[in-house]
Ligand binder design. Structure first.
Ligand SMILES: [Zn+2]
Length: 205
């Protein structure tokens, strides 16, 4: 069985948390994850002709021995392209109706790959929107803005995928503005707030 994936927005913090036993095991809920080497190296297309090498840390549960890959959330499990690249394509598709062929040409990836991202995201737009809406509620619930303004959710965009992307982005912006995440990239936060999970291919695909 392949190891489960845990998404983390900050690789250094994840390493420190592994070392201190701060990460509970998602498999059994009882043990703590301890550093257990690294997962296989990945090379991720980061857009603009850039590639990023990634060797994610692995944790192993002290109780049930399950292993988990700590994957940075700027990447998505089993995707060769970074969340930022895929998010840009999805936004261009819902906002300006850009087609897969044109987006693929712009990004230097096959049109079929872009179609696959968009299909997957459309299929998961409902759960992504629901999860991000709940996260947004939590993120703004403990916020006191100086002017007493209540940070409102984004308005409707005309499509479910558009609404989901807008809500995920609103979560990322809220985390940066009000929750000390200014040092984290928007893409890593968007991945963490739903994009990476929504992009994860179905098992066996
Ligand atoms: Zn466990």
């Amino acid at each position: 069985m392949s190891p489960a994936v845990l998404l983390c927005t900050d690789a250094d913090a994840a390493a420190a948390n592994l070392a201190s036993g701060a990460i509970g095991c998602p498999s059994c809920g009882a043990g703590r994850l301890r550093a257990w080497g690294y997962g296989r190296e990945r090379v991720i297309r980061a857009g603009g002709g850039q590639w990023r090498r990634l060797r994610p840390r692995r944790g192993r549960c002290s109780a049930c021995a399950a292993t988990h890959i700590l994957l940075p959330s700027w990447s998505a499990p089993r995707r060769a392209d970074a969340v930022a690249v895929i998010a840009r394509a999805a936004a261009a598709s819902v906002l300006r109706g850009a087609g897969s062929a044109r987006l693929g040409a712009e990004l230097g990836v096959p049109a079929a790959t872009v179609r696959g991202w968009l299909r997957r995201l459309r299929e998961h737009a409902g759960p992504m929107l629901a999860q991000a809406t709940a996260e947004f509620g939590r993120l703004v619930a403990i916020v006191e803005t100086p002017e007493g303004r209540d940070p409102g959710p984004p308005g409707p965009t005309g499509s479910r995928l558009g609404d989901a992307l807008a809500m995920v982005t609103a979560c990322a912006v809220a985390a940066i503005r009000w929750h000390g995440q200014a040092g984290t990239s928007l893409a890593a936060l968007a991945g963490r707030f739903g994009l990476a999970a929504a992009l994860t291919p179905a098992p066996g695909s």
